[in-house]
Design a protein around this ligand. Structure first.
Ligand SMILES: Nc1ncnc2c1ncn2[C@@H]1O[C@H](COP(=O)(O)OP(=O)(O)OP(=O)(O)O)[C@@H](O)[C@H]1O
Length: 263
């Protein structure tokens, strides 16, 4: 019985969450060129804005989530946070609107590839120094966000894009304000935990970059400390990001260690 209900639910989602086909025109303005992704809450398209002839990204909240309070909250949270940010490496929010009972927003198109595709589809390799230089770019964005009292909460390789060697951060669906009215002011300890969660995720991203050169010797998997041969300064940064020892409390301390490792 439970399996049948599960299957029915899946079929329902497949039917109602069908993406718009290419060439469809949304709100008399956005021509769909391609579906870029279907996540748990949103469907992301590349489209042409017919009023300007330029490309932009259109994000639609999954129709199956339209009626749920949490789905709507995520949509409003994402547009409220994205709309408040002004950073050259964060896509700009352009327009948000309902259409045919669906919720949409458009944003700047980053004409690159996400870091997951860069690593696993394009098989790009990052030497230790290049990985640290990329980390520095991510850190610049995180520093800006934390200064604005915002934590991203979802720093992962599919949520970063590389375009002309510049790194961009996308997908603010899970981002939260540390002092927002919606959630109430957060306590000092909770704030620090959220900030350190972003740092932990940075460590995880750094590991992905450093593993790009790794070739396993056998089928046995070992901890990164045994599999990777790293400079002590890089190992120290990783251990602090991943809270193995003396976790970082702010971006300036990460920057200091990073500058030292790169010097
Ligand atoms: N501004 C953008 N410019 C270019 N490509 C983008 C942009 N935003 C998203 N993409 C592409 O679309 C993919 C999916 O986007 P995104 O991560 O925002 O949504 P998702 O994870 O599929 O959905 P959800 O919001 O449910 O998590 C990204 O991995 C990226 O390749």
């Amino acid at each position: 019985m439970i399996a049948l209900l599960h299957r029915l639910k899946k079929t329902y989602h497949l039917l109602v969450d069908r993406p718009y086909p290419t060439q469809a025109i949304v709100a008399d303005r956005y021509k769909i060129l391609k579906t870029l992704g279907m996540g748990s809450f949103g469907i992301t398209y590349l489209c042409e804005d017919l009023t300007s002839g330029t490309n932009c990204v259109l994000k639609q909240m999954r129709p199956s989530k339209n009626k749920s309070k949490s789905g709507q909250q995520l949509y409003h949270n994402e547009i409220s946070i994205l709309g408040s940010l002004y950073h050259p490496c964060i896509p700009k929010l352009y327009h948000h609107f309902p259409y045919e009972n669906h919720l949409f927003y458009t944003m700047e198109f980053i004409d690159g590839s996400n870091l997951e595709d860069v690593l696993f589809a394009e098989h790009s390799k990052f030497k230790e120094k290049d990985a640290l230089l990329l980390l520095k770019q991510i850190l610049d964005i995180i520093e800006y966000l934390h200064f604005e009292n915002i934590v991203h909460n979802d720093i992962r390789i599919p949520n970063m894009m590389l375009w002309d060697e510049n790194l961009y951060l996308i997908d603010f669906g899970l981002a939260s304000k540390l002092d927002g009215h919606e959630n109430g002011a957060k306590g000092t300890r909770e704030r620090m935990e959220l900030i350190q969660d972003d740092f932990y995720d940075l460590g995880d991203v750094l590991l992905y970059l450093l593993y790009s050169f790794y070739v396993p010797l056998d089928r046995k998997s070992r901890p990164w400390t045994e599999e990777l041969t790293l400079q002590p300064s890089t190992k120290h940064i990783l251990e602090r990001l991943l809270a193995i020892k003396d976790p970082y409390e702010n971006t300036s301390d990460i920057r200091k260690d990073l500058d030292q490792a790169l010097s």
